[in-house]
Design a protein around this ligand. Structure first.
Ligand SMILES: NC(=O)C1=CN([C@@H]2O[C@H](COP(=O)(O)OP(=O)(O)OC[C@H]3O[C@@H](n4cnc5c(N)ncnc54)[C@H](OP(=O)(O)O)[C@@H]3O)[C@@H](O)[C@H]2O)C=CC1
Ligand SMILES: CC(C)CCC[C@@H](C)[C@H]1CC[C@H]2C3=C(CC[C@]12C)[C@@]1(C)CCC(=O)[C@@H](C)[C@@H]1CC3
Length: 375
């Protein structure tokens, strides 16, 4: 079992003059080194809203790094953040979480640029080719499970997954495995003596045990890869706590609720954005019955921001932290016990380590075969 009482780890501020990580010698003496926060999928939706809120609440000075797949959108996001926070330090990194080589390259760059990483937000995610089951939706509307349906999307969505050039399932690679590799590669900057670091995963209330199988962790055979990847996220977070807490690294999962973003607009592609806007009064009404209808990226990022302010040792590794918005529009964060077991999380962890090793071997083989093929 995960030890419930954790060894107290000194807070970074408890050692303001540790020359190793907390301070930097400048021409004017010692200045406190900034906390480094990296956010994946930061160019839109919940990730971008989180960055905006982190900068708005920043009193100590942070170094924010946006790790994004699309360089142009990343530059636009950076420009928008700097427009409202001109003194902020916002860096960019190009990273495609679905590509093993891209993740390894980016991790290398992070280690070169920064000698510490305090927060890693694992937020990038996709739900490709969603199919909305209108019949199931209308049946659900008149059933006793209507609130659950709106809160989780259970039973009304399926997706068609693809395969990446690395031979991995697209949703699994993007939402989970790329992030897992990133964490493994960033171990030296995440696990440092004398301070703690936090991993925060954007999971979902759509995570469902019935969609996940240890025999098919990539969800090659099913029609709910999104739900499976988010359930695997919940499991992985627990096992990361088991394996890394003693090194000062803590992991938590968040459910942002139902948020209007590019991801959700993609669910009904024939439904133009303005129709979603017209539906807002209906959604506000639904929010009276389920506070999971956070609706805006700002509201959806509530629990991500809340976790930023918590002492990681005080968090429950079995809890998912939900961003919630009341009928009156007030935001709050609430933990809910996850439907996961320690044994399953450990089994998944072992499988991920095996897949990591296989993937690295495959990459090394293709890289060594590369030049000789050309000659
Ligand atoms: N919206 C909702 O209701 C909910 C969302 N979530 C989760 O929240 C997270 C953020 O999604 P949301 O803000 O809603 O949607 P967005 O589509 O606005 O944001 C998704 C972000 O992930 C990035 N991304 C996608 N694929 C990759 C990739 N291969 N490599 C790097 N970045 C990538 C996107 O970049 P690009 O611009 O390049 O596509 C984008 O920045 C996701 O993990 C999602 O599953 C969870 C529950 C509910
Ligand atoms: C057009 C109709 C009148 C209204 C359609 C509503 C549905 C499209 C939404 C109702 C609940 C929503 C929902 C999600 C997607 C859109 C709905 C099905 C998610 C599955 C999106 C991704 C997530 O991670 C879940 C937490 C969301 C749960 C609710």
């Amino acid at each position: 079992m995960i030890p419930q009482k954790r060894k107290p780890v000194p807070e970074p501020d408890a050692q303001p003059f540790s020359p190793q990580f907390s301070c930097r010698a400048t021409g004017f003496g010692f200045t406190k080194m900034k906390k480094v926060v990296l956010v994946t999928g930061a160019n839109s939706g919940i990730g971008l809203a989180l960055c905006e809120r982190l900068l708005s609440h920043d009193t100590e000075g942070l170094l924010l790094c946006l790790a994004c797949r699309n360089v142009q959108r990343a530059q636009a996001a950076r420009a928008a953040l700097l427009a409202s926070h001109p003194a902020a330090q916002v860096d960019l990194l190009q990273m495609d979480t679905s590509s093993v080589s891209s993740v390894l390259r980016t991790a290398q760059e992070v280690k070169v640029r920064y000698n510490r990483l305090d927060y890693l937000y694992l937020n990038a995610g996709i739900m490709p080719n969603p199919e909305f089951d209108a019949k199931a939706f209308f049946r659900g509307l008149f059933s006793s499970k209507v609130i659950t349906m709106f809160a989780t999307g259970d039973g009304i969505l399926t997706q068609k997954d693809g395969v990446t050039p690395d031979g991995l399932q697209q949703v699994f690679a993007t939402n989970l495995f790329g992030h897992f590799l990133l964490i493994r590669e960033l171990e030296p900057v995440l696990c440092q003596e004398g301070r703690t670091s936090q991993l925060v995963w954007t999971s979902s209330s759509n995570a469902n045990r019935s969609a996940f199988s240890l025999e098919d962790i990539q969800h090659r055979r099913g029609t709910q890869p999104y739900s499976s990847s988010k359930y695997a996220t919940d499991l992985l977070s627990l096992s990361l706590n088991q394996h890394y807490n003693k090194q000062g690294l803590y992991s938590s999962v968040v459910s942002p609720g139902f948020v209007m973003t590019n991801l959700t607009f993609g669910i009904l592609p024939s439904f133009p954005a303005f129709l979603w806007t017209l539906l807002m009064p209906v959604f506000w009404l639904i929010r009276v019955f389920t506070n999971t209808f956070t609706l805006t990226p700002y509201n959806g990022s509530e629990a991500l921001l809340w976790l930023f302010r918590q002492k990681p040792e005080s968090l429950d590794p079995y809890a998912k932290y939900h961003s919630l918005t009341s009928g009156l529009g007030n935001n709050y964060t609430q933990p809910h016990k996850m439907d996961i077991t320690f044994e399953t999380s450990e089994s998944l962890y072992i499988k991920l380590l095996q897949l990591e090793s296989d993937t690295r071997k495959k990459l090394a083989e293709t890289q060594s075969a590369g030049p000789s093929l050309k000659t």
